[in-house]
Design a protein around this ligand. Structure first.
Ligand code: NAP
Length: 521
């Protein structure tokens, strides 16, 4: 049942106001979802199940899958076990390994899109470059590079924080004449065999692809700025008998999922309650180094000097052995300059290479990038979140009615599966949309005071957490040292907080706002 929207002649009014630039034929949907990764697809499936049928998914690429479509580098896999890193409503008894690799995760997402008939709902090759809120009509106009695409009463961002590659700013980079690419844009056409290759970065992506290419290249220069803490990876193939069991007795797989969830959840005690607890995993990580690296000098260079957990804890069984190969040089002096033919380190040593691969991560603290989103009174989202990088429950932002973020500010995790957070947010959306449907509301906007109170609580927890107190600098923090990415608590607390949509937290519009809202400065 769709609510009756007052002022349905908005198309005419908007077209006149905008000088007729926006085509009158522009379609209006109830809901537009940007992105088709775990967040976008998860939202779409649940919306459909709850009877919200008028939605569209906007996807810039030609396939669903988000990060699991884009990252195809050798060795790409998830570092959370697949029984947990999958939708609760769509268990997959056929995972082939404990930690599925990228092709299998992408297949799973395609399977979800097929099974829930989402492909016809996706507009592929549709890049969203902006959106603006039309207050009179209470509708978002969503635009791409060639102008307006459609209108939607509610806009859901499933864009994810790790979709825009970050390139290092190194002197002379533009002069390099060889091959360069980022881990997220792997050039599979470039034959690495026999080449001299430099890899910059030793984060989650690099530690997965370095062991895969080390045996193929002639020489691998690995530029490490900060060593990561790495634990053993408890990976193995899942036996056919186990898969049969999961198919016949879904409860067995559910039990494993729950066990994994609580095992990860226990780590939050060290991350946010008392970082001293992190001494235990730190000892384990040190013994992993000792077991895998015989050479003392190399051991010293891979051992971090900050508290484990301050940066993402990585897991690998083949990274340290790759560093012990004769053709792999771990370089820790830092990069001074890139030349046409190679890299000069801070000691002035130049090493010629044929290719440079950037394992330098993502612009996580600037997920909006060049996108221009204009809310109530013309306020700009980028300016708003630059001044105040916050949301309420990582989902809604004051000044931006009917705009909902999945994996928004402070919903990322260092200790558990992000799918759990996504599903919590999706259920929150469903409640909000259900409330709007029942009450015939045109728009809702979180009250600034509610958002402020929520974020004051987050900040006090973040101040004590390992990411602030652990003595490192990570992509979790923005340029001003604010942690705008991670959820500083147990994830079940987030689920509790998002379990009930409280209408009192929101200003509501039933044709007009029920109370005056603060205007933009
Ligand atoms: P990352 O963890 O941010 O690592 C980037 C690496 O590049 C770091 O070692 C960083 O050094 C280095 N670096 C950046 N700029 C540099 C510069 N100018 N000079 C030298 N070194 C530089 O990026 P990522 O490995 O792509 O991973 C990003 C995130 O993606 C992960 O934290 C994780 O959330 C996700 N991810 C997940 C998986 C998974 O298995 N689920 C796999 C891959 C990625 P510093 O440490 O000194 O900054």
């Amino acid at each position: 049942r769709q609510p009756a929207f007052p002022g349905t002649d908005w198309r005419d009014r908007t077209a006149i106001r905008q000088g007729g630039v926006i085509p009158m034929s522009l379609k209006t949907h109830d809901i537009a979802i940007i992105g088709t990764g775990f967040a976008g697809l998860g939202a779409a499936i649940r919306l459909q199940q709850e009877g919200f049928s008028d939605f569209v998914l906007l996807e810039k690429s030609d396939e669903v899958g988000g990060t699991w479509r884009d990252n195809t580098y050798p060795g790409c896999a998830c570092d959370v076990q697949s029984h947990l890193y999958s939708f609760s409503f769509e268990p997959n008894p056929d995972w082939s390994r404990m930690f599925a690799r990228q092709p299998e995760i992408l297949d799973y997402l395609k399977h979800c899109a097929r099974k829930y008939h989402l492909y016809p709902k996706v507009r592929f090759h549709t890049e969203v470059t902006g959106a603006s809120w039309d207050e009179d009509a209470a509708v978002w106009t969503v635009s791409g590079p060639d102008g307006a695409i459609l209108r939607a009463r509610k806009l859901v961002s499933g864009m994810g924080g790790l979709s825009r590659p970050a390139y290092p700013q190194i002197k002379g980079l533009e002069n390099f004449q060889g091959q360069t690419f980022h881990s997220q844009q792997w050039n599979h056409d470039y034959p690495l065999s026999g080449k001299r290759v430099a890899v910059i970065g030793t984060g989650a992506s690099a530690i997965q692809f370095v062991p895969q290419i080390a045996g193929r290249v002639a020489r691998l220069d690995l530029y490490q700025r900060t060593p990561p803490w790495i634990l053993p990876k408890p990976d193995r193939a899942i036996r056919a008998a186990e898969r049969t069991l999961f198919r016949l007795v879904p409860r067995a797989q559910e039990a494993i999922r729950n066990a994994l969830y609580w095992q990860f959840e226990a780590r939050a005690a060290g991350f946010v309650v008392n970082p001293r607890i992190m001494k235990l995993p730190e000892r384990w990580a040190r013994s992993h180094i000792r077991n895998q690296i015989p050479d003392r000098a190399l051991r010293r260079r891979v051992t971090p000097d900050y508290t484990i957990g301050c940066k993402r804890i990585l897991i690998s069984n083949d990274y340290y052995p790759a560093l012990t190969r004769d053709n792999v040089n771990l370089l820790t002096d830092g990069i001074r300059e890139i030349t046409a033919t190679g890299i000069i380190d801070t000691q002035g040593v130049e090493r010629e290479v044929d290719a440079i691969i950037f394992g330098t991560g993502f612009a996580a603290t600037d997920p909006i990038g060049t996108m221009r989103i204009t809310g109530r009174d013309g306020r700009d989202l980028k300016e708003t979140v630059t001044a105040k990088p916050e949301a309420y429950l990582g989902t809604t932002i004051a000044g931006f009615p009917n705009l909902f973020f999945l994996t928004g500010p402070n919903t990322g995790l260092g200790h558990n599966s992000l799918i759990y957070m996504i599903e919590s947010q999706v259920e929150y959306l469903l409640q909000a949309f259900g409330h709007m449907r029942e009450q015939g509301l045109r728009a809702i906007e979180v009250r600034e005071k509610v958002q402020d109170r929520f974020n004051a609580g987050l900040r006090s927890k973040l101040g004590k957490a390992v990411w602030s107190a652990g003595g490192c600098r990570s992509w979790y923090l923005d340029e001003q040292g604010r942690n705008i990415t991670l959820w500083p608590d147990f994830t079940w607390r987030f689920r509790q907080m998002t379990a009930r949509f409280r209408s009192a937290d929101y200003a509501i519009d039933t044709g007009r706002w029920r109370e005056p809202l603060p205007r933009a400065a």
